[in-house]
Design a protein around this ligand. Structure first.
Ligand code: AMP
Length: 396
């Protein structure tokens, strides 16, 4: 795996694909600079070597049209503040103006290109457009994990114009290493905690992960499809009747592969999908009609605790309850605390994909787990076992 550390950027121009798709407020100020902070080490390495950095990103969904609201000019000041170097901005990402701006760039300088998605060719993965981009640097660096699952011009296609001069930035390299740890090289026992609303959205992940893990915790709304499939009464809980065969098949496969599956034994049930609903703890197989399971119960959490504290490698994807409502967030918070404890005892823990990252941030577990992935869709596809085009383009 070639990373940015394999290159010396002295007098070189690095064309860096970053993910600066950051939120802006009504007056176009950056309200969360995490993604800019995340790209900083890569940019600094290039500058400290004595090179210059050409930054390219998308922002929002302009759908191939120029859109002043989505100009990357809005974020140039923030990028300057974060990296501590005054950033130049150029009002296009290809063509003569961009090429001239790059040619004028001196060592130690940083140039931010205009939103890639103002050109429809970007998302189409257009080769001629990618070739134009390739004129803007000596070395191509991909540091945008959030778009690594897209075969866009700037994330994938452009790499072919840098056969020997392409590499991963620090952020993307860290993401790849974290996934590798869970999927291949992690210390045993390896545990996956999969929650969230539906079996159907997690099925490919579960099937792929069964070959990699020793333990699987199933939580959240998915639970009830498994319970009903085994003959339990789930009341009004979320349940995908058409996925019950699939659930049984997963359990069978898990048994054949020697994976221990842990499913809730009790739940916090509510008489309405509302924070102020009446609640009671019930056996997971005996949820009365008119009631729905919205969080893990106390016995379940005891069981989960035991499994989590024994694990040496942990993947967490999906909350174990409706964490958005305070009344049903306790299970997800407890799981976060158990993972925190396991991590302090030396386990490697990765949180990634969709809502689990939101939950982790909301409850302040971000600094307590080993790694929080920055890419929702890209992480989900990695867990499904897919090779991401943006990664393949650098390795291949
Ligand atoms: P996902 O994006 O698949 O990880 O699903 C996350 C969503 O699952 C969150 O919005 C949770 O509120 C929801 N969820 C978790 N547990 C339950 C449950 N028992 N019933 C309904 N929704 C749930």
């Amino acid at each position: 795996m070639k990373t940015i550390d394999d290159f010396d950027f002295e007098n070189k121009k690095a064309l860096i694909r970053v993910d600066f798709n950051v939120p802006l407020n009504e007056t176009f100020e950056v309200t969360d600079a995490n993604r800019i902070e995340a790209a900083k080490p890569t940019i600094i390495k290039v500058l400290e070597d004595g090179g210059s950095a050409v930054l390219m990103s998308h922002l929002g969904r302009p759908k191939g049209q120029k859109n002043a609201d989505l100009s990357l000019q809005h974020i140039a000041k923030k990028v300057s503040d974060v990296i501590g170097v005054s950033v130049k901005f150029i009002e296009d990402c290809v063509g003569q103006v961009a090429e001239d701006a790059v040619a004028a760039l001196k060592r130690g300088e940083v140039l931010l290109l205009e939103n890639l998605r103002f050109h429809a060719e970007e998302e189409k993965g257009d080769e001629a457009f990618a070739e134009q981009l390739s004129k803007l640097g000596d070395v191509y660096v991909n540091d945008a994990f959030g778009t690594a699952h897209r075969a866009h011009a700037s994330t994938t296609i452009v790499a072919q114009f840098f056969p020997d001069n392409k590499c991963f930035g620090y952020l993307l390299a860290k993401e790849i290493e974290a996934i590798e740890k869970v999927m291949r090289t992690g210390e045993k026992p390896v545990l996956a905690i999969l929650g969230g609303a539906k079996v159907s959205s997690k099925i490919t992940i579960i099937e792929n992960i069964l070959d990699k893990v020793d333990h699987l915790i199933v939580g959240g709304g998915m639970t009830y499809t498994f319970i009903k499939a085994q003959g339990g009464k789930v009341g009004d809980s979320i349940c995908e009747d058409d996925k019950m065969d699939l659930a049984m098949n997963i359990l069978k496969q898990a048994k054949e592969k020697g994976v221990q599956v842990h499913i809730p034994v009790d739940v916090l049930a509510a008489n309405d999908f509302a924070n102020d609903a009446e609640t009671k703890v019930v056996d997971v197989n005996e949820i009365p009609d008119g009631w729905q399971g919205l969080d893990a119960g106390p016995k379940t959490l005891e069981n989960f605790k035991e499994v989590i504290l024994k694990a040496k490698t942990i993947l967490w994807n999906g909350p174990v309850g409706v964490f958005e409502m305070e009344s049903f967030a306790k299970g997800t918070i407890a799981v976060g605390n158990f993972i925190d404890e396991a991590t302090q005892n030396g386990a490697f823990s990765l949180v990634g994909g969709g809502d689990s990252v939101a939950a982790v941030k909301q409850f302040g577990f971000e600094k307590k787990v080993s790694y929080v992935s920055t890419g929702g869709g890209a992480m989900l596809e990695s867990l499904e076992g897919k090779t991401l085009p943006g990664i393949a383009a650098i390795i291949g």
